[in-house]
Write a protein that binds this ligand. Structure first.
Ligand code: F6P
Length: 357
């Protein structure tokens, strides 16, 4: 892409939207530094779209000095974020909803923003695509989510930190499982997509990886456990994504699927079985180096894309490079693990049970 300095941009806004993850602050830092380097003012918008519904809008002015120091390493987001309160159906105190999207647009105008960087997942990309349609403000998305389910990018900011936490948890569960000859089930996040389970499970040496994309048969999982424990008294590690369907016949409502699967495996194999639900641990703390690298390269690229006069783009990681793609290719999301993906083949070659494929 040619380096074209856009004379129209003097001031940009940056916000984080959707669930938090590691690396958000690193993106904010990179966007601020790259924009300040062009002489632009940068305004942080607090709590996703919610800060724009305040009067005056809730902002945090940013500059090269304010993002120096620990922001690269810090977990969470200094801007705050939200997964709640759709501005098109904003819940009022009486439970009735109203369309407050016009207020969000008016606040952007009031702040004098010439462009916007939205750091979010596929849901946030859809929300801002709709919110910003028709007001003519250029904007660019930076993909983040531990689920790694944003279409068009191989990796999103935050994913590899979650994978690291899953892998380290399996390391700890392996020594415990070996000491007690137990089956240890680890339930990880991933509502619709099994990327965390697949990457974390392979990296941590799981024997079974269950993902929402693929059906499984608990009798087949139990047979697999019996087979691998027959001639090797090794620990058995089972990774289950939270979005996996409960085992057939399980009637416990609201219980974690990992617990149901652990129960079913204990019944079928006779092995003592326990379940650990990892939960929000996967979203917190300092980002691993690859997330920092991704965050920094994507944040800087987002500013470059705006400077080139582009609009409605999302930066993306493809084949070892940061690039950018049209938002139209993203808002169709989410993205799923493909049956024929290389890591599914890797897992199967290792003899890992990944479902009834
Ligand atoms: O989308 C990211 C994610 O962490 C999912 O994996 C998980 O299902 C969900 O967010 C949890 O959301 P909440 O923070 O609202 O509990």
């Amino acid at each position: 892409m040619a380096e074209v300095k856009s004379p129209a941009i003097r001031k940009i806004g940056v916000l984080t939207s959707g669930g938090d993850c590691a690396g958000l602050n690193a993106v904010i830092r990179a966007v601020t530094d790259a924009a300040a380097g062009r002489g632009w003012d940068v305004v942080g918008l607090r709590n996703g779209h919610l800060g724009l519904l305040n009067d005056p809008p809730d902002i945090l002015p940013l500059n090269a000095d304010s993002v120096r120091g620990d922001l690269l390493r810090a977990g969470g987001t200094v801007l705050g974020t939200t997964t709640k309160s759709d501005p098109f159906k904003f819940p009022g105190p009486d439970g009735a909803t109203s369309d407050r999207s016009g207020e969000v647009r008016a606040a952007i105008g009031k702040l004098g923003l010439d462009a916007l960087v939205v750091i979010g997942g596929d849901g946030s990309m859809r929300l801002f695509d709709r919110l910003l349609a028709g007001i003519g403000i250029p904007w660019v998305g930076v993909p983040k989510t531990i689920d790694n389910d944003v279409p068009g990018t191989e990796f999103a900011v935050g994913f590899f930190t979650a994978v690291e936490i899953v892998g380290q948890s399996l390391d700890r569960l392996a020594s415990h499982a070996a000491s007690h000859r137990r089956i240890m089930v680890l339930e990880v996040m991933g509502r619709d997509s099994g990327f965390i389970a697949l990457f974390g499970g392979i990296a941590g040496g799981a024997d079974v990886i269950l993902m929402p994309e693929f059906p499984y048969d608990l009798d087949a999982v139990a047979a697999h456990v019996r087979k691998i424990t027959h001639d090797r008294p090794n620990p058995v590690l089972v990774v289950v994504a939270e979005g996996v369907s409960p085992p057939a016949g399980d009637r416990r409502k609201g219980s974690n699927v990992g617990i149901a699967i652990a129960h079913g495996l204990q019944q079928r194999t006779g092995f003592d079985t326990r379940c650990t639900v990892l939960g929000h641990v996967q979203r917190g703390g300092t980002p691993v180096m690859f997330d920092r690298l991704l965050a920094t390269a994507m944040g800087a690229r987002a500013v470059h894309v705006l400077a080139a006069g582009e609009n409605q783009r999302m930066v993306a990681w493809r084949a070892g490079l940061v690039t950018e793609i049209p938002l139209a290719d993203v808002v169709t999301g989410p993205r799923f693990v493909a049956k024929d993906s290389q890591l599914i083949r890797t897992a199967r070659r290792l003899g890992t049970y990944v479902g009834e494929l």
